[in-house]
Design a protein around this ligand. Structure first.
Ligand code: AKG
Length: 288
């Protein structure tokens, strides 16, 4: 079974991230990619909703913060696009399937294939072995990292966007659907950075979103790359600093990721987070 050994748990606690090679089989990855192909083939995004995704703070505030399409995507399957893929009228300049940055934020709830993987016995066993007692799924994303121009993800801590009190209650699960290597934009981490507090928080307000605090200008030398072969799973502590660079290679770097909150022991999900549980989709318990 997919449980962490004591030494793996210790490594995760020290570094704030941990790679488990070969967590999903080839067949499981193929099934997920096929399903994504079907979802993309059925994609129908109205012109006014064609939102280009960015992780740059000023662009985030300008574009996403004011974009209803993004802010109301927490309980839906929606599409976000790379920069420069639309003309002024919102028509695609590149084939639609090559233009998507990510699909978010509720594949885990609405799609049977992704729900099945998210709640699979092996994911449940893994998360139990990390020590989570009552995890709930707060969001999921399918990230494309398109060849040649798939956008960078700038250094961040997930708790900036998924803030809880107390901190330390968010766990990211990131699964490589394709090889994620140095040349096509693998993840990079600052080992141990999860023990040094939270740099900034994104706050949702009626007028849009804003940041409290700021992301330090991290020294690039602090980051270590984490190449992952297809099917590998990375556990990501909610406060570990991580990033990925632009994909300038010929190969995409697709990944499925979801985030869990430990709901036991009085955890409070901030009502100021951009993402909120809704009547249609309260955060589902992982253990079913
Ligand atoms: C996250 O899931 O928190 C990430 O930062 C993912 C970044 C990536 O897949 O490039």
């Amino acid at each position: 079974m997919a449980c962490l050994s004591p030494s793996q748990l210790k490594k995760f606690q020290e570094d704030g991230f941990l790679l488990l090679e070969g967590f999903l089989t080839e067949d499981e990855c193929v099934a997920m990619q096929q399903r994504i192909g079907e979802i993309v083939a059925e994609m129908d995004v109205p012109l006014h909703c064609r939102t280009e995704f960015s992780t740059q703070e000023d662009e985030q505030l300008r574009n996403q913060g004011s974009t209803e399409y993004f802010l109301s995507s927490g309980d839906k399957i929606r599409f976000f696009f790379e920069k420069g893929v639309f003309d002024k009228k919102g028509n695609f300049l590149v084939p639609p399937e090559k233009s998507i940055n990510k699909i978010g934020h509720a594949l885990h709830a609405h799609d049977p294939v992704f729900r099945g993987v998210t709640h699979s016995p092996k994911v449940q066993a893994l998360v139990r072995s990390v020590g989570l007692q009552m995890p709930v799924v707060v969001q999921s994303m399918y990230i494309f990292k398109q060849p040649h121009f798939g956008g960078e993800v700038s250094p961040h801590q997930d708790a900036t966007f998924l803030y809880t009190e107390p901190l330390g209650r968010v766990l990211g699960v990131w699964i490589a659907m394709e090889d994620a290597l140095l040349e096509n934009g693998c993840l990079w981490f600052i080992p141990g950075s999860h023990t040094r507090g939270l740099s900034r928080r994104m706050i949702r307000a009626p007028a849009g979103t804003s940041f409290l605090g700021s992301e330090p200008a991290w020294d690039n030398n602090l980051f270590v790359p984490l190449p992952v072969r297809r099917g590998g799973l990375v556990l990501i502590h909610g406060e570990v600093v991580h990033k990925s660079e632009q994909n300038l290679s010929n190969h995409s770097r697709q990944a499925y990721t979801f985030h869990l909150m430990e709901a036991a022991a009085g955890t409070v999900w901030s009502p100021e987070n951009w993402l909120q549980p809704t009547t249609e989709l309260p955060f589902p318990p992982l253990y079913v």
